[in-house]
Design a protein around this ligand. Structure first.
Ligand code: SAH
Length: 467
């Protein structure tokens, strides 16, 4: 290891920055964030430093650096564009064993400044040992997306509870308890802003350290339309935590690949005619698993609250007193439209869009056919493959123009995506003629014509125009 990684307490302690340009200003900002008292020495100050001076946040000595200047500072940063000045600063600081950093010059520095992921008070510092700032920044960006924003809140919560928990544990080890808290429902509760629930989890952990009787939690997660890159960060994080994952037929293999490797997987999928598991049984299974203390992810295609029966699933959880969270997903309409190059709204074409369940499964429930003929409205039919002859006939019977542009999108967003472009009159025939299979989404309206200039997704089978 070339460098010793440490975090230094500089609160109310004096730091010296030599140089007052834009780079110096960035270093000063970091020092100020850590509550250091900053003095700047430079004959002239740039805009950013000047305004810090005006605001009284730093002291500026408008003159050239002299070796004696480093006296009394707990650390020194040189950020001038003159290497001989930087070297003089470095020499002076080193002579007095004061830590010194010369920006972008590891050779002249006794310490280097890491790339930082800031979830205050949690700080992740990354260094490539001065070899490649670009590499450090790339790693930082990766961590930025992986670490939840609320990590700081979690650290604060634990910090505030530590003494109390230590006392409540009466001399027993608290390490395991905190591990379980950080990896379990408690941390999730803190990070979603539910402190009372987090405290309840803590109480449970204390009173029964060995997990007897502890309730698990259920995450109802939207898996999106197929491309695993369309999962949200939260979905990914919770999938990595789940002990058991219940998933549907519509959840793609790519998404299933993101589940924690040692998690149990239960297929509860529903094909149209073949209900592998009835809704009530799925709901009961989730409740039973949670009662065994398991963390359960219920993974559903698209968005759980759009034609996903997500509401029904959590109603039962709620009555059973099981904690749950809902993670939205990209619904098929958004995913398929984007990947087919068909904007659902467009100022020249459509000012509203309607999502319609096309399975017409309930005889008591009738679509409002005349209402589906609003000019300037895009229609999106989910679950409509089997009923397209009836749907298209009804639409035309209620005055919708037979030449309304229509896109049939099969396996949208996946490597196997196929788009059939047709019109209302030919939609039903196109299904057979082009052997379209599920899952399929149907988009109707003049926005469909935009695909010819806006298509971009080159994977998949591409576009087919029928007839
Ligand atoms: N909750 C889901 C929809 C469930 S209903 C969502 O928000 O997307 C199931 C219907 O969604 C299918 O019949 C089909 O019409 C549509 N669908 C889901 N994924 C799809 C995909 N990748 N390509 C095309 N249609 C899809």
């Amino acid at each position: 290891m070339d460098y010793l990684p440490i975090f230094m307490d500089v609160r109310q302690r004096p730091a010296l920055v030599v140089g007052a340009g834009a780079v110096a200003a960035r270093k000063i900002e970091s020092l100020l964030k850590a509550a250091s008292r900053v003095t700047v020495i430079a004959p002239e100050a740039g805009e950013a430093v000047s305004s810090l001076v005006t605001d009284g946040r730093v002291t500026w000595q408008a003159r050239a650096f002299q070796p004696g200047d480093v006296n009394g500072y707990c650390l020194v940063i040189a950020a001038t564009n003159d290497r001989s000045v930087n070297a003089a600063v470095s020499d002076a600081a080193r002579a007095l064993n004061i830590p010194v950093n010369v920006v972008d010059d590891p050779e002249l520095s006794s310490f280097i400044v890491p790339a930082v992921v800031d979830r205050d008070p949690v700080i992740v510092a990354i260094s490539s040992g001065g070899r490649s700032p670009v590499l450090s920044r790339t790693l930082r960006n990766r961590l930025e997306t992986e670490l939840p924003d609320a990590l700081g809140a979690l650290a604060d919560f634990i910090g505030a509870q530590r003494a109390h928990i230590k006392q409540a544990m009466q001399g027993r080890s608290v390490r395991r308890l905190w591990e379980r808290f950080v990896e379990g429902a408690g941390a999730e509760a803190v990070m979603s802003g539910n402190e009372p629930q987090a405290k309840a989890v803590l109480d449970t952990l204390v009173s029964d350290e060995h997990a007897k009787g502890e309730l698990g939690e259920v995450f109802l997660i939207g898996a999106g339309p197929g491309d695993p890159d369309l999962l949200t960060f939260k979905a990914l994080r919770l999938l990595q935590r789940a002990d058991v994952v219940l998933y549907d037929r519509l959840v793609s293999d790519g998404v299933l690949g993101k589940i924690r490797k040692d998690a149990e997987r239960i297929y509860v999928g529903k094909a149209r005619a073949d209900h592998s598991m009835r809704q009530k049984d799925i709901n009961q299974l989730m409740i039973d698993l949670a009662k065994q203390g398991k963390t359960v992810a219920r993974l559903k295609g698209g968005d759980p609250f759009i034609f996903g029966r997500g509401g029904e699933e959590i109603e039962d959880l709620s009555s059973a007193g099981i904690a749950f969270q809902v993670v939205p997903g990209i619904t098929a309409a958004s995913g398929c439209a984007s990947y087919a190059g068909i904007p659902l709204t467009h100022r020249d074409h459509a000012s509203s869009v309607r999502f319609i369940a096309g399975n017409l499964h309930n005889d008591d429930y009738q679509l409002n056919w005349p209402g589906l003929n609003t000019p300037g409205e895009t229609l999106v039919f989910y679950m409509s493959l089997a009923k397209l002859p009836e749907i298209t006939a009804q639409l035309m019977a209620h005055g919708k123009p037979a030449d309304t542009p229509t896109a049939i999108i099969e396996e949208g967003t996946r490597a196997t995506q196929r788009v059939v472009i047709t019109d209302l009159a030919h939609t039903a025939d196109a299904i057979d003629a082009c052997s379209v299979h599920a899952p399929t989404l149907v988009i109707m309206g003049s926005v469909v014509t935009l695909y010819s200039t806006l298509s971009w997704f080159r994977t998949g089978t591409g576009y087919q125009v029928y007839p």
